[in-house]
Design a protein. Sequence first.
Length: 145
Amino acid sequence: MIALGLIESVGFSTAISAADAAVKAADVEILGIEKVIGVDGYVSVTVHLSGDVAAVTSAVEAGTHAGESVGNIVSSHVIPRTHANVKETLIDKYMSTEEANQKSKQPHESTTKKTDNQRAENSKKSTNTKPKDQENETVKNENGK
């Protein structure tokens, strides 16, 4: 069964430390990190984890402990056997967002071809052009001077 783990902290470095410890402690996947700026200007950062129940429980415990050594952990929670509706609206949303982010980081095929074509044209230009000194010598030799 899939479980959802949440670790909420104050500050980004606390969240990163918690996330790092969590994924090192158990076989879980980071679904995302959500940043919220609160009323008093505090930055609350929540790490979203998924995996089987035992792994997520271990990961959240390890992440919470590591985060507390760096900063302030507001809360942590494990939702075992996540309901299908929660999975569809939250977990699948994060997974599809991550997939979209990965695709956007990859160069588009037409962009790659265009860049390769531009390099080929520039290469031809640089091999077909002669320095100005050589052009002048060619003109002089043709005129017999």
